[in-house]
Design a protein around this ligand. Structure first.
Ligand SMILES: [Zn+2]
Length: 276
């Protein structure tokens, strides 16, 4: 029964599936062991069939969550026991009302309700819980992208679910809207300090620890180049054409977000007074 929901199981095979990018897509794929990835267009979450119940993460939106709950019911009789929010941004966290979970976990900074759903359990720095044969390690990533962003590592599979802070082989979101980019860099550094093998992002392909490290290197390189250019008196327009970040040209969103990444970094460095 589960078979028909499993597509390519290899880590790198996902982007090569025919039609992957064209259709308004929903899919469930096995990442490894009992950890599954749910795709709704360009957004992803994960869920885990623990033996005693199902631990779910971001519902993404109402229609997606409704579909996902129906699909999981065909895969297992185990009840949903937990809903874990990566953070409260609406494009990942909407639709939680369609997931009937007795335990709803979010960071302490999350709003009182997330699209109408009130978390039953909040934490500040770290929360570890067991369910069935699995361990779940939740870590607050600090401020940066949002104020309530949480990473979740599932053991024994050693899969890290990390949303928006860093994605495998994908540029950062537009111009880092509304964010202190140095705080964002600290979030990515905290991800690289977690103990995991597989990076299951809220966007982009599956990756590994090396991809998180590469994301951190991208940000640090971008910061250094933009700061150097601004300090040399160059305009942001000049930097947008000069700082090509060419070594990352095969990453997702390179063509659409590179200039925005430069612009956002420049804005941040000017705002914090880093340019002398
Ligand atoms: Zn977000």
């Amino acid at each position: 029964m589960i078979r028909k929901y499993l597509m390519a199981l290899t880590l790198l095979g996902m982007t090569s599936l025919p039609g992957w990018a064209q259709d308004p897509e929903r899919a469930i794929t096995q990442i490894t062991g009992d950890v599954y990835r749910f795709q709704n267009q360009f957004h992803y979450s994960i869920f885990v069939i623990t033996g005693d119940g199902v631990v779910m993460t971001d519902p993404i939106n109402a229609e997606a969550a409704d579909w996902l709950v129906g699909e999981i019911a065909t895969m297992t009789d185990q009840p949903v026991t937990h809903l874990v929010y990566s953070h409260s941004h609406g494009d990942h966290a909407s639709g939680g009302a369609f997931i009937d979970a007795p335990e709803v976990i979010a960071h302490a900074n999350a709003p009182e309700t997330i699209d109408g759903v009130a978390p039953t359990r909040r934490f500040e720095d770290e929360l570890i819980f067991a369910e069935g044969s699995k361990m779940f390690e939740l870590t607050y990533l600090g401020p940066g992208h949002g104020q309530d962003l949480v990473a979740m590592v599932v053991r024994p599979e050693n899969v890290a679910f990390v949303v928006d802070a860093v994605s495998a082989r994908r540029l950062f979101y537009r111009d880092f809207p509304g964010s202190n980019v140095d705080d964002w860099i600290d979030q990515v550094r905290r991800v690289t300090e977690l103990d995991f093998d597989i990076l299951a992002g809220g966007h982009g392909p599956l990756g590994d620890k090396g991809d998180a490290i590469a994301g951190l290197e991208y940000l640090e390189t971008l910061r250094a180049r933009v700061l150097e250019g601004l300090s040399a008196g160059k305009t942001v327009e000049e930097l947008k054409s000069e700082i090509t970040m060419a070594e990352y040209s095969d990453w997702q969103a390179y063509d659409t977000w590179r200039e925005l990444n430069v612009e956002g970094m420049a804005r941040h460095l000017q705002e914090i007074g880093a340019v002398k």
